[in-house]
Design a protein around this ligand. Sequence first.
Ligand SMILES: NC(=O)c1ccc[n+]([C@@H]2O[C@H](COP(=O)([O-])OP(=O)(O)OC[C@H]3O[C@@H](n4cnc5c(N)ncnc54)[C@H](OP(=O)(O)O)[C@@H]3O)[C@@H](O)[C@H]2O)c1
Length: 328
Amino acid sequence: MSTLTYKAAYYNDYITDVNDIKVGEVTVASALGAKQIRIEVHSASVNPIDWKLAKGGLKAFFSSTFPSRLGYDVSGVVVAVGPEATKFKVGDEVFGSLDAKAFPGAIAEYAETDESGIWHKPASLSFEQAASLGVAAKTAFEALLKTKAGPGKSVFVSAGAGGVGTFAIQFAKHYFKVDKVATTVSTQKVDLVKSLGATDPVDYKKDDFTKVLKQEYDIVIDNTADINAVDILKPNNNPHSQIISTVSLAIFKEQDSRLKDLEIDYEFFFLDAAIKGFAEAVNELLDAGKLQITIDSIYEFTEQGVRDAITRSIDGHATGKIIIKVKN
Ligand SMILES: NC(=O)c1ccc[n+]([C@@H]2O[C@H](COP(=O)([O-])OP(=O)(O)OC[C@H]3O[C@@H](n4cnc5c(N)ncnc54)[C@H](OP(=O)(O)O)[C@@H]3O)[C@@H](O)[C@H]2O)c1
């Protein structure tokens, strides 16, 4: 069997410390699956799922085999296509994310993935910006797709300055065209979320968002697993108010009978990497000048760089996306 060896971030067992993450050579089969492509990675970006998975926190949902590679979000250039892959040709510049239900591996010199979660990179974006449009942006878009978001509606997005939050605010306001977007954000980041389209930012360091926002919202996009978000939804709304959580089903399920009385629907989901309409929405907003990509920090593709990038994500205070620049 013909093989290919390249540098990738990986770990040999569930990690207890970021220093358990290695960057070194891995060997893969040269041959691709039918619908797979191989991308020469220019940039990758980090998501909480990377370290949650590495720490074994998602065992109930995903099985890992070791050594396990790291990273889902990618931008780069296609260097090989599988026998039935039709979306791309060698040389195309692309961005997207690897399938969360398959194995990760974007933080590497090359990444192999099904072509369905990957799209042509808009020419106006750098590779760093394009790598930002992965798991977080897709999750924000898919969460809103699950709702009745549209003109006349009001949406609350928790953690508006995070990866999911920065995109959810923009999709809600500029693509789904809702009337109001409230969000929770810390003091120094209020101006940022306003520039993204938030109409009602609440500084969570100073104010209790449930007291400020009252029961005036139709939709919650929950990124913090906060049951208190129930208190800002319109009770007995027609159509029903909705909570879409990216983090937890359990905390809402615990209050199932109360939520039924209030006629509030709730749902938790894992993103679909190939979510339909995502690339079109991104291109539409970019063309209209209404998609701002917020980059928190850029790290080098070294063992220390990857460990520092993951540490930054674990800290939970990134503003937008954390990037690992693989190719200069
Ligand atoms: N289900 C799925 O498929 C899926 C997909 C993507 C993400 N997720 C989950 O969604 C969550 C958010 O992901 P992410 O990528 O947006 O994370 P992230 O980028 O790491 O979020 C960091 C941001 O959260 C803010 N924040 C932290 N605590 C806050 C609070 N109590 N109130 C308001 N803001 C707060 C921080 O702001 P400050 O620094 O100002 O505190 C920071 O800007 C994670 O738990 C992730 O695992 C799930």
